[in-house]
Write a protein that binds this ligand. Structure first.
Ligand code: HEM
Length: 422
């Protein structure tokens, strides 16, 4: 039975990759011929050229540019939408999710389009229209921290916070540190304490740090150190009006982009904090069966493709408590780098000796609804579609239980640059 289900998943993925290779070859040859001309015009039309996005994304891109105002720079085109070359892979995977993956969350569910703030419109475009959740917007000039100009600009203080976080998350060799992995996992565990059945209770509200009971729960084991770090940052920055929920989600995004090859995910601030512990029982166990895990994430509006993308965060992780005898073992051979090795090594018939694979990752990778995504992300062209999907799904995750999306501010421009060398 299991063998048959695996076969059908594998067959599907073969069709997928041959289709995408064909599409990519024609794109690459086209780019080669028109190369110099395209380099001149691509930055102007980058979003409209990108196949996965409908016309509405043009509007969202204009909004993004307008939001960033004079302080941000929209950088060159190709990197701004790395999903372009791999759109066929993503489209096929999206179809497998029966388009459920665009479900609205928070106050976006009931706000009329005319009522949406520009930031809420942008977030909706990411969730529904697959607008790229990665961005290369930077500050042109950051006012001094204690200046009136900084106080007037919501994002200014976040630039200083992101700088401080970067110091902690980047190791001397350019790879990401234990604190970075802890911050990424903390972002997940705070936000994932929410489901469609808990309504306006739980989610990305900072309660994993603010409500002391939460850190005592078994699934949060291993997060104690990073929770202490966030208490320190909160004490230091809260008098600038900075909240814990935003600190945690900004920290996860800074940590992700600090890891070499990590995506630069759009980052929003303005969430409400909560001191009430999130509902219990909403975090996954590494020993759960695949169907249970898929249902758990579906209840959070995350479909199998999104789950497959998010699980790739284990590309940077090291377990300590699943098998204490092998504490410190990573989940792929390169835990300091945000690469796709995790997908290939999880799919492999045998575990590499230097890694520890979670039972949950193995059963999910083999599940027919997940296998095509694992296979696509593991492939030679997997990095860009994975980054694209991870960023999009992380925006969703980081806003679970947030019911004031219409009042958020886009502070993406405070993030450090992506790194491709280490
Ligand atoms: C089925 C879903 C998931 C399960 C069962 C799961 C389980 C686990 C477990 C057991 C650990 C090791 C804890 C330890 O022993 O120290 C871990 C680590 C980690 N997880 Fe997950 N996880 C899941 C999904 C996710 C998601 C969605 C993300 C991020 C978006 C994530 C990010 C991480 C990171 C970064 C670490 C490394 C933490 C460190 O090294 O300190 N996980 N996960």
């Amino acid at each position: 039975m299991v063998y048959l289900r695996l076969r059908s998943a594998r067959d599907k993925s073969l069709d997928l990759s041959s289709f995408s290779v064909h599409r990519q070859l024609s794109l690459v040859s086209g780019l080669f011929l028109a190369g110099p001309l395209l380099f001149l015009v691509l930055p102007l039309f980058s979003y409209s050229l990108s196949p996965p996005f409908p016309v509405t994304t043009m509007k969202a891109s204009s909004i993004a540019t307008a939001l960033a105002g004079g302080t941000a720079i929209l950088s060159a085109a190709v990197q701004a939408h790395p999903g372009m070359m791999n759109s066929s892979i993503l489209e096929a995977l999206k179809e497998a999710d029966c388009n459920e993956s665009g479900e609205l969350i928070g106050d976006l569910q009931w706000l009329h389009p005319a009522e949406l703030s520009p930031v809420a419109y942008l977030i909706k475009s990411i969730l529904v229209d697959r607008f790229d959740a990665q961005s290369n917007e930077y500050y042109g000039y950051v006012p001094p921290l204690h200046s009136a100009a900084c106080a007037r600009d919501t994002c200014c203080v976040w630039w200083y916070i992101a700088e401080e976080m970067t110091q902690l998350f980047r190791a001397f060799d350019g790879q990401c540190t234990d604190a970075a992995r802890g911050a990424i996992r903390l972002g997940f565990h705070d936000a994932a304490g929410w489901s469609k059945f808990t309504g306006d209770f739980g989610g990305a509200d900072g309660s994993i740090v603010l409500a002391p009971e939460e850190i005592l729960r078994r699934p949060n084991n291993g997060l104690q150190e990073i929770v202490q770090q966030y208490k320190f940052w909160y004490d230091k920055w809260s008098h600038f009006g900075v909240g814990m929920a935003d600190l945690i989600q900004m920290g996860a995004n800074v940590a992700t982009v600090v890891c070499p090859l990590g995506p630069r995910i759009r980052s929003f601030v303005g969430r409400r904090d909560s001191f009430i512990p999130a509902p219990d029982g909403l975090l996954p166990s590494p020993f759960d069966p695949a169907d249970k895990l898929i249902d758990l994430f579906r209840a959070k509006t995350i479909q199998p493709l999104g789950l497959a993308a998010l699980l790739g965060a284990h590309s940077t992780s090291r377990q300590r408590f699943v098998d204490p005898a092998r504490a410190g073992f990573p989940q792929d051979s390169t835990p300091g780098v945000w690469d796709v090795l995790f997908y290939g090594q999880t799919l492999a018939a045998r575990s590499a000796p230097d890694i520890f694979r979670f039972p949950s990752d193995i059963v999910l990778a083999e599940h027919p609804r997940m296998f095509p995504a694992f296979k696509a992300f593991a492939g030679p062209n997997g990095q860009a579609p994975w980054d694209f999907e991870y960023a999009r799904e992380y925006v969703r995750l980081s806003l679970l239980g947030v019911f004031n999306i219409n009042n958020l501010t886009d502070c993406t421009r405070v993030l450090p640059s992506r790194t491709f060398q280490w």
